[in-house]
Ligand binder design. Structure first.
Ligand SMILES: [Fe+2]
Ligand SMILES: [Fe+2]
Length: 490
């Protein structure tokens, strides 16, 4: 290698390294901001969690300011920029990004610049105001109100800027994986918006929701694996909107599997995205209660089925009523033997969409660490239960199609191989018959040493004598090994 090419290579590497570290500090800032927003919402100011979140936020702001000389967060279209850097979405920041985008939109601001190092107290005020936007006034007037409120409270160190309409970047330059994440974040944002406006008694328009569903259906049709991978990260589970988007993705993928047309998938996706919209009419104390619900609370939670119908009926009729989503909202907990809720007065058969959504819903709910569920089952256990436990009242044919879709070991499952290596399921096998032989990434060798293996391992591979090279013997709890699954899908 001659000198010039060596130095070019060096320069390229330097550039890549800087780019990485800029992304890392930007991502840390958004995650810290999101953490602070959540802490302020959930705890009283004097709580340790708030203090800790504030000091993390201050550190993250200082880091960005140190490198760039300034620290501004801007929303342009569906993208977040930290100063001049467009934030790349990764699996560990998309929920934070979606949330911050939503906050900015509702507050009617396009950007927030932090000047100097504001005191923790000032941050608490700013974040509380941001979370309680004056929703009764038109969006274009909200920024002025917010600025006035901050001035009244003598808060300094923050500059607001209005929303801008310039496009946020060229979609063509995004790789397929990032495009899938972008679709996911957009859908989270839209769904969150629909749920909050329904809760506030406003009637959200279905137009944006339909566009989001279209994005999901397109993504499922072009790259099912990336989209399914996104549903495996269930950290921000206290939000009904994350669950709704996951159920939408799983349902459309399942609908495709059972041969529905694209038009049907759009209908199914919409019904799936809105299946729990009735939860916007259930009090938050019940929805977010930790621990077991008492009988009255359970009854209240169960009303989300028929309340969903009412919520959908109150949407502007526009291009027609959302009849199919209403049926799905009403039926999705009914169970095929009608032993669920609401109890129908006379015999009926659940619609196909309801049966598909019930399977996707059951899977997502059971694999999520919910507020009222101490530890979630492994995805493989859940599938087994769905297949073998008739009491769940799922349609066995649809469950079979679902297992065909995800494999017996769904994406994100940690497994032990007969070679005693530990591995993570990365993708279902492309061979439809090889349900128990997905494509995995090795996590540790036979002695239990963690390895960083970037190559994927196809479990359908055989040696010369025709024996499988590796076979799954059981599943493992990732937490036992301190494995953070999101690291492997970023
Ligand atoms: Fe539900
Ligand atoms: Fe649900």
């Amino acid at each position: 290698m001659n000198d010039t090419s060596a130095s070019t290579e060096h320069a390229v590497r330097e550039h890549v390294a800087t780019e990485h570290s800029v992304q890392r500090t930007s991502r840390a800032l958004i995650v810290a901001l999101h953490g602070a927003v959540r802490a302020v919402r959930m705890y009283p100011v004097e709580n340790n969690a708030v203090q800790k979140a504030m000091s993390e936020l201050a550190t993250a702001v200082a880091r960005v300011t140190d490198t760039d000389g300034t620290c501004g967060v801007r929303r342009i279209g569906d993208y977040l920029f930290i100063n001049e850097t467009r934030l790349r979405l990764t699996l560990d920041n998309y929920a934070a990004v979606a949330h911050v985008l939503g906050l900015f939109r509702e507050a009617g601001i396009g950007g927030l610049t932090i000047v100097g190092a504001p005191a923790a107290r000032s941050w608490v005020v700013v974040l509380s105001f941001l979370q309680a936007p004056p929703i009764t006034v038109p969006e274009e007037d909200r920024m002025g109100l917010l600025a006035a409120r901050l001035e009244q409270a003598s808060i300094v160190g923050f500059e607001l800027s209005p929303p801008s309409d310039e496009p946020g970047g060229d979609d063509a330059e995004l790789d397929q994986k990032e495009r899938a994440r972008q679709t996911y974040v957009r859908s989270l944002d839209v769904t969150r918006d629909v749920m909050t406006s329904a809760r506030l008694g406003k009637s959200p328009s279905l137009k944006r929701v339909k566009r989001a569903v279209q994005g999901i259906v397109d993504a499922i049709l072009t790259d099912t694996a990336s989209m399914l991978g996104l549903t495996t990260l269930r950290e921000f589970d206290e939000y009904t909107f994350v669950h709704s988007v996951n159920v939408c993705i799983l349902s459309t993928a399942l609908g495709r599997r059972i041969g529905l047309s694209k038009l049907q998938l759009l209908d199914l996706g919409l019904a799936a995205l809105l299946h729990d919209i009735g939860k916007s009419r259930v009090p938050l104390e019940v929805l977010n209660k930790r621990g077991v619900l008492d009988e009255a609370e359970r009854a209240l939670l169960q009303t989300h089925t028929w309340q969903g119908v009412l919520a959908l009926l109150s949407l502007p009729a526009g291009t027609g009523r959302a009849w199919r989503p209403m049926i799905a909202a009403f039926e999705h907990h009914m169970r095929t033997d009608l032993s669920g809720y609401p109890r129908p007065v006379r015999a009926r058969r659940m619609s196909l969409f309801s049966r598909v959504i019930a399977v996707a819903d059951g899977f997502d709910a059971a694999t999520t660490t919910r507020v009222y569920q101490a530890s979630p089952w492994s995805p493989a256990d859940v599938l087994r239960g769905m297949r073998d436990n008739a009491r769940l009242g799922l349609d066995p044919v649809i469950v079979k199609a679902f297992i065909n879709l995800t494999g017996i070991y769904p994406v994100g499952t940690v497994v032990v191989l007969d070679s005693f290596e530990l591995a993570l399921v990365q993708q279902a096998s492309p061979e439809p018959t090889a349900l128990s032989r997905p494509i995995v990434r090795l996590l540790s060798d036979a002695q239990g040493n963690r390895i960083v293996d970037t190559t994927l391992c196809d479990l359908t591979r055989r040696d010369d004598s025709g024996h499988f090279l590796r076979t799954i013997i059981r599943t493992e709890d990732p937490e036992r090994y301190g494995i953070s699954i999101s690291d492997y899908f970023a």
